[in-house]
Structure formats: C-alpha cells, structure tokens
Design a protein around this ligand. Structure first.
Ligand SMILES: [Zn+2]
Ligand SMILES: [Zn+2]
Length: 404
C-alpha cells in the first residue's frame, strides 16, 4: 500500500474529523514473492493447526495447491473445499455455495483461507463468520477492492443482498500468482479503482446535501490509491510486477478506507449502483456473469457523462425547478452550486476515462459486456433505488429534480 497498515491506523487515531473510525481487525497485509511462506509462519504464530481452504478448480490450480503444499510441510492440515460452479460455469456466492462450504468444513478448523477472487472471498467471509472462526484472505487476482471488507454480497433466492459478516484477520497475496491472473481480471481491478472518481464525488455531494458522515482523511486515502493507479497506467497495462503491485496495493488501501469509515460510501457511488442493476438483470435472465470491475469500468464514464449532460444543466437553472422541489434540498443545492460545479469539473472526461480502461485491456462500451442501450437507459433512471438511503447525484436528479 502507499502507506503501511500501521501508519494508516495511527493516522486514523489522530483524525480530527469528528466521526468514529472503526478498528481494523487485519493483523498483517503481505504482498510478496514469499507470501505463502509468510502465511505458514503466521499460522504457526497463531497456533493454528487445521485450516479450511476454500477455492474453485481454477484458483486451486493457480494458488491453492502450492499453498497447501507449503502449509503441509509445516504440519498444518488443510481441508480443501472446491466450490462448484453453477449451470453457466460461474462460481456464485449463493445459498448453494454457502451450504456446500458449511457441509464440507469440519467443526474443528482453526481458520478459513479464501483462495480466489471476490466471489470466493464472499462465500468464505460468510461461511467462516457463521462458524465463528476467523478467515484469511489469499487473493489470486487484483480484481476488486472488497477483499478486506466486512460485508458479503450474497445472492439469495436470486436477489442480491449484502450481509454484514467479517473482515479477514490477514491478507497474503503472492506476486507471481497475481501476475499470472487473467488480464481481464487485472483490468477489472483497475476499473474498480477508476470508479473512485465518481464514488468520491457522490460521497462529497451526499455530505453537503444530507450531512452524511464524511472524513477528509479517508477521502484522501481513497484518492491517493486511485491517483497511484492513474500515474502507473503504463506499468499496469504491461502486466509487470510493478503494475500489479500498484493495483493490488490500491485495492487494499481502498478497502481499508471503507473499513475505517464503517461503510462503503468512499468507494461506491452511482457507478456501482448501475453495475449492481446490470448484475441483477443478468441473474434474472440467467446470463453469464461479468466481472464486477469490468462493469464499473464501463459505468464510471457513463455516470460522468450523465452528470455533465443532465445533472449539471438542471443545477445551473435551479430557479426553474424551485416549485417542484423540496425546499431544504433546493436550499442546499443552491448553497453548494459552485462547489458542485467545481467537483464535476475536476472529474476526467468520459473519453479520458475510457481511454485509460482501454489501455489496460478492459471493455469500454456496455455492448462489449452484453449490456444493451435500453438496459443502460433504464438503469440511469432506476438504479439509485437499489440503495435508497444513499444520496448520490443520480438519486438527487431522479428523485428530487423532476420537472414537468
Ligand atoms: Zn476522520
Ligand atoms: Zn467495487
């Protein structure tokens, strides 16, 4: 990470923002060529003798096998659970996967180890929480910023729900494993970072409008991790060690920022709501899932475009909306018009965002992901309802600024 975990924790303790910063339950974060050796040493230090390793066939081949060999050399017993894919060949964090993990895990394991990307982590996060044992994160791709989160987004009876569970007690990411991850997953991680442009803007906006908890330190941590990715665009596109480290560190730092705040506001705004909306539609149609970061890499420039083309013109003619708007919202929008303008102008253009995603090999048009124009239009009108308590600019535009 740009800053060490200890450094972040001690800065958070000194933070003067007035909001409570949560304790970080993560004891160690290791991104290294020797991650698995370090993990074995960590388990010995914790006196853990038996662990449940949760993986799928691909992540077991990529990392699980060599990790288990390393652990068994140190006399730590591994019980592997291979999470089965669904009819489409996707591993989904749904009730089937969860029950499988719970059934196949002996009661006496000391800890779980999630070996995989976001979905394997969500299954493990929930399963370990229910079994009241800690879990350790072993990311196999720098694809998402949710490795360290508390919440597990699960699909239950076809509906996506985020359940509060637990954060990992440690993260061990092997550089070679990450480098060998499919390019699309690395591009997805970069996409999840670019989303911070609009999520941070929405967070700032929600603070101005609704007095939502806001912390300049957490904002800066998230922004710094985003900026480092942008500064190392070429390294990331090359897929070399430095680029991979930058993305992984940025994703972890963004995850820590969320933990400090106790919620995902800094990292998830309207661009994430669009992505969730598309995901639910895909589930409904029983279509193959698309990587989370690939979707937000596409939705971020769409949101910037929408804010600049639709939200901003309405805001600059606020007098016209007055009669149809809630008085308090109107007053606050009026008081902050100049700051909102500045905020929107500080965002990179949609073209610039797309060229960055393209440079790392990601999709830039919704159609490339199987998302048609109608779904995009519908999501721009309805996606904010997925998180009705989150006052994004998209929410404000759709719910408070309707003019006949
Ligand atoms: Zn603070
Ligand atoms: Zn995300």
């Amino acid at each position: 990470m740009n800053q060490t975990l200890d450094g972040i924790v001690s800065l958070a303790k000194q933070c003067q923002c007035g909001h409570r910063h949560y304790d970080i339950p993560i004891e160690q974060i290791v991104v290294s060529h020797e991650a698995f050796k370090r993990l074995a040493a960590y388990l010995q230090y914790k006196r853990y003798k038996k662990v449940a390793v949760v993986a799928d066939a691909r992540t077991f081949a990529a990392a699980g096998q060599s990790l288990c060999d390393e652990l068994e050399n140190e006399s730590i017993r591994c019980k592997v659970c291979f999470v089965q894919p669904d009819e489409n060949g996707d591993v989904i964090a749904d009730e089937r996967a969860i029950v499988q993990v719970l059934l196949e895990t002996p009661d006496d394991v000391d800890a779980f180890i999630a070996v995989g990307a976001g979905t394997i982590h969500d299954i493990t996060r929930f399963g370990s929480y229910k079994m009241k044992v800690p879990f350790i994160s072993v990311p196999t791709a720098p694809s998402v910023d949710g490795f360290t989160s508390m919440g597990a987004p699960l699909i239950i009876r076809g509906v996506k729900k985020t359940i509060q569970a637990q954060a990992p007690i440690a993260v061990f990411a092997d550089i070679e494993v990450l480098r060998n991850a499919p390019k699309a997953m690395i591009a997805a991680g970069f996409g999840d970072m670019l989303a911070k442009y609009t999520s941070l803007a929405d967070w700032q906006f929600a603070h101005w409008m609704m007095e939502e908890p806001y912390c300049p330190f957490v904002h800066q941590l998230t922004e710094q991790s985003l900026q480092t990715c942008v500064d190392h665009l070429d390294d990331i596109a090359d897929g070399g060690e430095q680029g991979i480290r930058v993305v992984m560190d940025a994703l972890l730092q963004s995850g820590i920022a969320m933990l400090l705040m106790g919620q995902s506001y800094p990292a998830s705004g309207a661009e994430h709501h669009l992505s969730h909306y598309w995901e639910i539609e895909f589930l409904r149609q029983n279509k193959r899932q698309v990587l989370h970061g690939a979707k937000v890499g596409v939705s971020t420039p769409i949101i910037v475009e929408h804010y600049q083309r639709v939200f901003w013109p309405l805001l600059s003619e606020l007098e016209k909306c007055r009669t149809s708007m809630d008085e308090t919202i109107w007053e606050r929008l009026k008081a902050h018009t100049a700051s909102i303008r500045e905020l929107l102008e500080s965002l990179p253009s949609p073209e610039r965002l797309r060229s960055m995603v393209e440079r790392v090999g990601g999709a830039v048009a919704p159609q490339q992901l199987g998302i048609d124009r109608w779904l995009v239009e519908r999501s721009l009108k309805e996606a904010h309802r997925l998180r009705p308590n989150r006052f994004t600019m998209l929410y404000c535009l759709n719910e408070c600024m309707l003019i006949e």
